[in-house]
Design a protein. Structure first.
Length: 124
């Protein structure tokens, strides 16, 4: 989807227009994710660009797209250019010797793996 959205409309509050633009983008993402994946593809990845015009649009991550759109609207632009292109994504295998626990540094190494109460200590 490559589209220039008008951020101002006669008789509508600018915040409602912005919410309608965001809704249309989310609808597009949902529709794209519903499609059948081609052979050998694990997931759909999205390349995104957002800016006041096509020439000033910057590459943004999908999770930062709505924030970037808010920033364009807050800057006072009357229109916003949004580009969201789906591309195939293939998961990479973990290198040997690493585990999923290495990806989550917030988990403490000394925390127990099982936190359900036992019969000996029902208060735990």
């Amino acid at each position: 989807m490559r589209k220039t959205f008008q951020l101002t409309q006669e008789g509508r509050h600018p915040d409602r227009v912005l919410e309608a633009v965001k809704h249309e983008i989310r609808k597009y993402l949902k529709r794209e994710r519903r499609r059948d994946l081609p052979e050998g593809v694990d997931f759909l990845d999205f390349d995104c660009r957002c800016g006041a015009t096509k020439d000033t649009a910057e590459v943004v991550h999908l999770s930062a797209l709505m924030t970037s759109l808010d920033a364009v609207a807050k800057a006072g632009a009357t229109e916003a250019y949004v580009e969201v292109l789906a591309k195939p994504g293939v998961r990479q295998a973990r290198p040997p010797g690493t585990s999923a626990k290495d990806d989550h540094p917030a988990q403490s190494a000394d925390a127990p793996d099982h936190t359900a109460p036992t019969t000996e200590d029902p208060a735990a």
